[in-house]
Design a protein around this ligand. Structure first.
Ligand SMILES: *Cc1c(COP(=O)(O)O)cnc(C)c1O
Length: 347
């Protein structure tokens, strides 16, 4: 006889559903959920916790590792010999993709769009750019505004012509397959909170290509959790980013088999912490990164998690994230990027 979990009357759990997708373990999970005691006291708001997705372990870690576990699972299931992906020159996604390719023995092409005007030498050669080179990825550099997807297709055609099987990973690994990684993170957070009697009101994190937020929203919905997700945009206006996240979240929920897990109102994005644009520093980001370094001994990053921290601090000061329930900040990684921005932090 089958175990009772196979009974038709028992709905499949989120973990059961996740287990049906090809996956390659690349990271250290579950990542820790830790209190930010000194910061909570300093801000005088809700109790703050940090979910340490900077500790996923692969090539200095970060949020893309969770997505790559499912994306590369799919790539290998499709017989891939090469992966191709894209990002900004200091892309943490490109760096984790390059490291993952090394670990499983695939070749890696990275297409870089120069999105930050007047880059410094550090920006072009240090931080993630240095690590990509160490991982032996082949780099292709394009001017800002070029059709990066067309370039990835061109490289794929070239590789196919020479008998290889390329697998294209979209920017940030943000499609429904990649977002499954953050369905799993949502499941992990729900389990960790249950084990430690925590009832967070909100999860706050940086939102860029959208897959992280989409996976979280789909995963929390599928788990029946009432934790809200506040995405802090690092590039796009609220309307655009909410539409992007909602669309990936819906598709992810369908892929998972929890079609009704996502409602439009579950997707909340704040766009007032971007500053002049993607990858450009703000005073609030620098202050937040230094505050966390000096108060908690934690390193965040200039492009994503630092701006998200600045957002969380401001939302707390305005009472938008109320004091009644704890707040979980997801540290999505990226501190390797600090070295690319070192002139802004060495004052
Ligand atoms: C990519 C990235 C994000 C944003 O995640 P998306 O899934 O692209 O929205 C946040 N923080 C860091 C450090 C990242 O590298």
């Amino acid at each position: 006889m089958q175990s009772s979990s196979g009974d038709a009357s028992t709905p499949l759990s989120v973990s059961d559903r996740l287990a049906t997708f090809p996956r390659i373990i690349l990271g250290h999970t579950p990542t820790p959920l830790e209190p930010l005691r000194r910061l909570s006291e300093h801000l005088g708001g809700p109790d703050l916790y940090v979910k340490r997705d900077d500790c996923t372990g692969l090539g200095t870690g970060g949020n893309k590792t969770r997505k790559l576990e499912f994306l590369l699972g799919d790539a290998l299931a499709n017989g891939a010999t090469n992966i191709i992906t894209q990002g900004a020159v200091q892309s943490n996604h490109a760096r984790q993709s390059a490291a993952a390719a090394c670990k499983i023995g695939l070749k890696c092409d990275l297409v870089f769009e120069h999105r930050v005007p007047n880059p410094s030498d550090d920006y072009l050669t240090s931080g993630n750019a240095l690590l990509d080179q160490m991982f032996g990825a082949r780099a292709h550099h394009l001017e800002g505004g070029t059709d990066v997807n067309a370039e990835m297709e061109r490289i794929a055609d070239e590789l196919r012509a020479s008998g290889e099987t390329p697998y294209i990973i979209p920017v940030g690994g943000s499609n429904p397959i990649g977002a499954l990684g953050y369905v799993d993170c949502a499941r992990e957070i729900v389990a960790q909170c249950r084990d430690s009697d925590l009832e967070p009101g909100y999860i706050v994190h940086a939102s860029g290509s959208g897959g992280t937020q989409a996976g979280l929203v789909a995963g929390l919905g599928a788990c029946g959790s009432d934790i809200g997700v506040s995405g802090i945009s690092v590039s796009s206006p609220t309307v655009t980013q909410e539409a992007l996240v909602y669309s990936i979240a819906r598709e992810t929920a369908v892929l998972l088999g929890f079609d009704d897990a996502v409602r439009q109102e579950d997707v909340v994005v704040y766009d007032n912490y971007i500053g002049e644009g993607y990858g450009l520093v703000t005073d609030e980001m620098i202050a937040a990164v230094l505050l966390l370094a000096r108060m908690e001994g934690l390193l965040f990053d200039p492009v994503y998690s630092g701006k998200a921290l600045a957002g969380m601090i401001d939302l707390i000061s305005k009472g938008v994230l109320d004091n009644d329930r704890p707040v979980v900040f997801i540290h999505t990684g990226g501190s390797a990027g600090l070295f690319a921005y070192k002139s802004h932090f060495s004052g």
